[in-house]
Design a binder for this molecule. Structure first.
Ligand code: ZN
Length: 504
C-alpha cells in the first residue's frame, strides 16, 4: 500500500487539474464581460459550459473519492489546522457536495448563465424586462432543481445559501436581518428627515481617463498588487482570479459621477487583496480561495467603507484627488467632500447606496429570492413586486425596471438563491474584523492619515487572508475576532460615524 504522502500527492495532482479547468473557465468569463464582441456569445456559452462540465466530471471521479477515503486515517493523525488535514477535509466536503449534482446539470446551468447574461446586458440599457423574463424563469427552474439535488432541507433556499455562506440557512439569515433591521430603520428615519447633504461636487464632469488613473493609484496605495493583477472596464464591476498570481478587478466609469469608479475600485480591490493574500502553497487547491461570500464581502466593504469613506483616509488622499481634478475640486474643501461621500439618502441603486441604507437593498433581494424559490412570488409579478416593496421600504417608486429589477447582474448570470445575504453579512463582519484589528493595533487610524495601510493589511493577511478556505466562516470569525458573528460592532460603527455627520 502506498504511503499517505504519495496518495496526498496524487490527490493534489488531480485537484490541480480541476482547479486549472475552473480557472480557465474564469478567464473565458472575464473575457466575455470585458472585451468579447456580442457575436461571440453563443459559442462562448457552449465553451464555458464544456469547461464547467469537464471540471465537474474530473472532480467527482471515483479515484478522488477513493483517495479521500484512503487518506482519512492520515488526516486524523494530524492537527485540525495543519495544511494537509485541512486540504483533505475541505476537499472531502466539496467532493461530497459535488457528487450530488450531475455534470450535465452543471453544464446546462453554465450555458444558460452565459446566454442569460448576454440578454441582460442588452435588456438593462433598453429598460426591457420582457427580454429576460423567459431566461429568468428558466434560471428559477434550474435554481430549484439545484436545491432539490440536496433534498432534506428545512427551506428550499437553504442549500443555495449554504453554497455561498456555509452553515447558514434561510431561518438564521432571516432572524439576523430582523435584528439588524430593527436597529437600522430608526437611524435611516432620523437621518433622512434632516436636510440633504450637498454632494454636487461629486456630480461635476470627471473625464474617464483621469478617473481610471486616480482609481488605479488609490488601490495601489491600499495594497492591491499590480504585478499580480490588473484593472479593466465592464458593465458590473467584479473581481476574478486565474491563479494566486493573477487576481483581476474590473471597473466602470460615469463621467458625471466621481463615486462609481472610485468606490467600486476600492471594493473590488478589497476582494482581490484577500485572494492575493492567500498562502501560495494553496495554489489551485480547494483551499486556495476565500472562505465564504460573507467573509469575502467583509473585506471589500472594509476597504471600501471603513477605510475608503473615512475622514482619516481622505486627509491623506484628498490633496491627491484635487491634483487630478483641480478645476472640479480646488474650490471644494475636505469639510465639504467628506460629508458628500457619506451622504445618506434613500436611493435606487444598491451598489451606489450609502452604508446606512445599503442593507435595506439587500434585505429586499434576499426576501424576493426566498419567495421566488418557495413559489409565493412569480417571475411575471417580480417587477411589480419590486416597485411595491421598494416604495414601502424607501418611500420612492423606481421610475423603471432598469434601475429596479434589472439593476443587479446576479440573477441573470447565476442562480436565484444565496446571491445577496453575503453582502449584509459582509457589512456586519467588516466592523467586527476592523475592531479586532484595532484592539491589537490602536495605531491604525493614525497611520491611515499618513497613507500607511500596511499594519491593517498585515493583520488581515495574518488572521484572515492567508488561510484561504482552510477554516469555515464561523471558525475564522471566532479565531480572528474572539467571538461569533455579532451585529454590535457594526451598529456602534454606524452610530458613531453618522452621529458625527448627522444629528441622531
Ligand atoms: Zn463585493
Amino acid at each position: 500500500m502506498a504511503k499517505p504522502e504519495k496518495k496526498l500527492q496524487d490527490l493534489k495532482t488531480r485537484l490541480l487539474e480541476v482547479g486549472d479547468l475552473n480557472h480557465i473557465n474564469a478567464l473565458l468569463g472575464w473575457d466575455q464581460t470585458t472585451y468579447m464582441p456580442p457575436g461571440g456569445a453563443e459559442a462562448r456559452g457552449r465553451q464555458s459550459a464544456l469547461m464547467a462540465r469537464m471540471a465537474q466530471e474530473k472532480f467527482i471521479d471515483k479515484k478522488i473519492g477513493k483517495l479521500l477515503d484512503d487518506l482519512r486515517s492520515y488526516e486524523e493523525s494530524l492537527p485540525y489546522d495543519s495544511d494537509d488535514a485541512s486540504l483533505i477535509r475541505v476537499s472531502r466536503r466539496e467532493y461530497e457536495r459535488a457528487l450530488k449534482v450531475p455534470p450535465e446539470f452543471i453544464g446546462e446551468l453554465s450555458e444558460h448563465g452565459a446566454m442569460s447574461y448576454q440578454a441582460w446586458a442588452e435588456a438593462r440599457p433598453a429598460n426591457d424586462f420582457s427580454r429576460v423574463r423567459a431566461n429568468l424563469e428558466k434560471t428559477l427552474e434550474l435554481s430549484r432543481k439545484l436545491a432539490d439535488f440536496f433534498g432534506d432541507y428545512e427551506h428550499i433556499a437553504d442549500p443555495l445559501i449554504d453554497f455561498a455562506d456555509y452553515g447558514m440557512k434561510a431561518s438564521t439569515v432571516r432572524a439576523l436581518f430582523a435584528d439588524l433591521r430593527d436597529q437600522l430603520v430608526p437611524i435611516v428615519r432620523s437621518i433622512t428627515s434632516q436636510p440633504p447633504v450637498d454632494d454636487s461636487a461629486l456630480h461635476k464632469r470627471y473625464p474617464e481617463a483621469e478617473q481610471l488613473s486616480f482609481g488605479a493609484e488609490v488601490v495601489k496605495q491600499l495594497g492591491y498588487d499590480f504585478s499580480r493583477g490588473r484593472i479593466d472596464k465592464t458593465h458590473h464591476p467584479f473581481m476574478t482570479k486565474f491563479s494566486l498570481g493573477d487576481v483581476r478587478i474590473t471597473t466602470r466609469v460615469k463621467e458625471n459621477y466621481l463615486g462609481d469608479c472610485l468606490f467600486s475600485n476600492m471594493h473590488e480591490a478589497g476582494h482581490a487583496m484577500y485572494e492575493q493574500g492567500i498562502d501560495m502553497s494553496y495554489e489551485g487547491m480547494p483551499l486556495g480561495g476565500g472562505t465564504s461570500a460573507g467573509v469575502h464581502e467583509s473585506q471589500s466593504r472594509l476597504w471600501e467603507n471603513i477605510v475608503g469613506r473615512s475622514r482619516g483616509f481622505w486627509e491623506y488622499m484628498y490633496p491627491k484627488l484635487q491634483a487630478h481634478f483641480p478645476e472640479q475640486l480646488n474650490s471644494v474643501s475636505l469639510d465639504e467632500f467628506y460629508p458628500a461621500i457619506n451622504k445618506v439618502e434613500k436611493s435606487l441603486i444598491r451598489t451606489e447606496a450609502d452604508e446606512v441604507t445599503y442593507n435595506l437593498h439587500v434585505m429586499l433581494r434576499f426576501d424576493f429570492e426566498v419567495q421566488l424559490l418557495e413559489g409565493s412570488l412569480s417571475i411575471r409579478d417580480l417587477p411589480e413586486a419590486w416597485h411595491e416593496r421598494f416604495e414601502h421600504d424607501f418611500g420612492i417608486v423606481p421610475p423603471d425596471d432598469k434601475d429596479g429589477v434589472l439593476q443587479d447582474v446576479h440573477w441573470y448570470a447565476g442562480v436565484i438563491g444565496g446571491s445577496f445575504q453575503g453582502y449584509t453579512l459582509g457589512n456586519i463582519l467588516s466592523a467586527q474584523f476592523y475592531n479586532a484589528a484595532l484592539k491589537v493595533h490602536p495605531e491604525i487610524p493614525d497611520e491611515m492619515n499618513q497613507g500607511k495601510f500596511s499594519t491593517l493589511h498585515g493583520w488581515l493577511r495574518e488572521n484572515i487572508y492567508r488561510h484561504g478556505s482552510k477554516f469555515t466562516a464561523p471558525e475564522i470569525i471566532e479565531r480572528a475576532s474572539g467571538s461569533a458573528l455579532t451585529i454590535e460592532p457594526y451598529i456602534n460603527y454606524l452610530k458613531t460615524k453618522y452621529g458625527a455627520l448627522y444629528a441622531l
